[in-house]
Structures are given as structure tokens and as C-alpha cells.
Design a protein around this ligand. Structure first.
Ligand code: IPE
Ligand code: IPE
Ligand code: MG
Length: 253
């Protein structure tokens, strides 16, 4: 058993969260939501919310590593987020570049393997090269897999997989009758990443927003009203604690 202490500002509310170390979710996926509302509450521009959200990313990766999570997927930009004002979109692209530039060495030192789910060919050249470098530099590491979902959409991913599979069938590499779930999964961005055990969404929204539509078939969901910049280690611990008290039946009894 792993003892994790919940420290609350109000002393009398201090509660100890004891996590079962034999039941730590292997893969946690997070919809990092609420940056804009966090900023609005403080009368700041939305982009300041995104900046503050990066701090949370640092904390959550560190805590995930400590807790022994093997895969962490962070939803950072959806295929629908292009609808936002140009300046917000460019700020998010810039943040990705800045984040990788400032963190890559440290992540690499800690054995993090960086992966990307999403169509990066649509990103500005600068962002594409940062992303490719991060993947290349960390590919032989053996630590936690940090899968950044960027320009990611679940539907887009499924259509892409279908197209790739059609090509395989056309060139006689695969027979239609041999296509099953296992084969299909090899054409998803998340190839070689197990399905998320736990999907976390802060900010009060309770929807999937085109995230991991195929992979979430049997994921447990956990919601919180805090906005992403306010999401702390204790929220991650509580999410895991609740997860450990769920009964995953996978359609069985
Ligand atoms: C999540 O925060 C970050 C991205 C979607 C890029 P939002 O920007 O969606 O914040 P809200 O939902 O408007 O508060
Ligand atoms: C989902 O958040 C996408 C990311 C967090 C990257 P959104 O803020 O875009 O989702 P909706 O619009 O509230 O569904
Ligand atoms: Mg949002």
C-alpha cells in the first residue's frame, strides 16, 4: 500500500488517501479543460489560462511518475479547436513549442517517452519539428509514456485508420475477413498504448469532446469542478482512489 497524504488548506480537513499500489491505473487520460474560464475569473486573457495550465502539466507528469502510472495522455488541442480565434490558436501552437523547448531535456533525463496522437502535419513547421525532435530524442527511454493529444479528434483518428486499412486491403497486405479489433487498433494513433483505464475531465464539463472515442469503450470517468490550472496532485490521487473503488465488469457479472 502506498500512503499519499492529502494536505488541505484547512487543517482539520486533512485526510489521508491510501492508494492500493497493486491497482494503479496503467493509463490515465486527461481532458485538460477550463483554462479559459480560470483566466476569465481573474480578468486575464484566455491565453494566460493556457500558460497557467502548463504549470499543472508539469505537476501532473511528476505525480504520475511518482504514482507509477505507465501511460499519461493529455488532450491539449482538438481537431475542433481550430474554430477558436486565430490569436488563441497561435498562442496554443506557441505554447507547445515553448513547452517542448523548455522541458525536453528534463523529461528525457527522467526517462519520459514522448508520443503524439493527432495530425501534426497541419501544425506550423516550427511546432512540427519540435514535436518530431521530442519523439526522436525520447524514443528509447523506458519511463512513463507521455502521449500528447494535439490536433487530435477521435472521429478523425477512426477515419484515418479506415483509410490506412483500405490501402492495405487494396495492396493485398490484409484480407477483409482478417480485420478485427486488434488489427484495427494498429492503425490508430494510440498503437501500442493500452486503452485508458481512467479518463479525467476537470472544469465541470461532463462530455467526451471527441476524445479517444474508440479507446474509451471501458474506461472509467472521473470529473471535477476545478479548472485545469487549479488541478493539483491531490485531485489526481482522489481520482485514482475513486477508480480503485469502482467495479469494472466489462459486460460480465
Ligand atoms: C482547455 O481549456 C484548453 C484547450 C481546449 C486548448 P479551454 O480553453 O477549453 O477553457 P474553457 O473551457 O474555455 O474554460
Ligand atoms: C476539449 O475541450 C479539448 C481539449 C481540452 C484539448 P474543449 O473546451 O475544446 O471542449 P468543448 O468545446 O467544451 O466540448
Ligand atoms: Mg474548454
Amino acid at each position: 500500500m502506498l500512503d499519499v497524504f492529502k494536505t488541505s488548506k484547512k487543517k482539520k480537513e486533512n485526510k489521508e488517501i491510501v492508494l492500493d499500489q497493486n491497482n494503479i491505473p496503467k493509463h490515465i487520460a486527461i481532458i485538460m479543460d477550463g483554462n479559459g474560464r480560470w483566466a476569465k475569473k481573474r480578468k486575464l486573457p484566455r491565453t494566460m489560462g493556457h500558460k497557467a495550465g502548463v504549470e499543472t502539466i508539469r505537476r501532473v507528469i511528476k505525480e504520475s511518475h511518482i504514482l507509477g502510472i505507465k501511460y499519461l495522455t493529455l488532450y491539449a488541442f482538438s481537431t475542433e479547436n481550430w474554430k477558436r480565434p486565430d490569436e488563441e490558436v497561435s498562442a496554443l501552437m506557441k505554447l507547445l513549442v515553448e513547452y517542448l523547448r523548455s522541458e525536453l531535456a528534463e523529461l528525457n533525463k527522467n526517462g519520459v517517452v514522448i508520443k503524439i496522437s493527432g495530425d501534426i502535419t497541419k501544425l506550423p513547421k516550427e511546432a512540427q519539428s519540435e514535436v518530431l525532435e521530442a519523439i526522436e530524442v525520447t524514443k528509447n527511454n523506458t519511463g512513463i509514456v507521455l502521449n500528447i493529444a494535439f490536433n487530435y479528434g477521435g472521429r478523425d483518428e477512426i477515419i484515418r485508420a479506415v483509410k490506412l486499412l483500405c490501402e492495405e486491403v487494396k495492396s493485398d497486405n490484409i484480407k477483409i475477413e482478417n480485420i478485427d479489433e486488434k488489427v484495427f487498433e494498429n492503425y490508430l494513433y494510440t498503437k501500442n498504448i493500452p486503452d485508458p483505464d481512467l479518463i479525467i475531465r476537470p472544469s465541470g464539463e461532463q462530455r467526451i469532446s471527441n476524445f479517444l472515442l474508440w479507446q474509451c469503450a471501458y474506461s472509467e470517468f472521473w470529473y471535477s469542478n476545478v479548472c485545469w490550472p487549479d488541478f493539483k496532485e491531490e485531485h489526481l490521487q482522489k481520482a485514482i482512489y475513486d477508480y480503485q473503488h469502482r467495479d469494472r465488469r466489462y459486460g460480465g457479472v
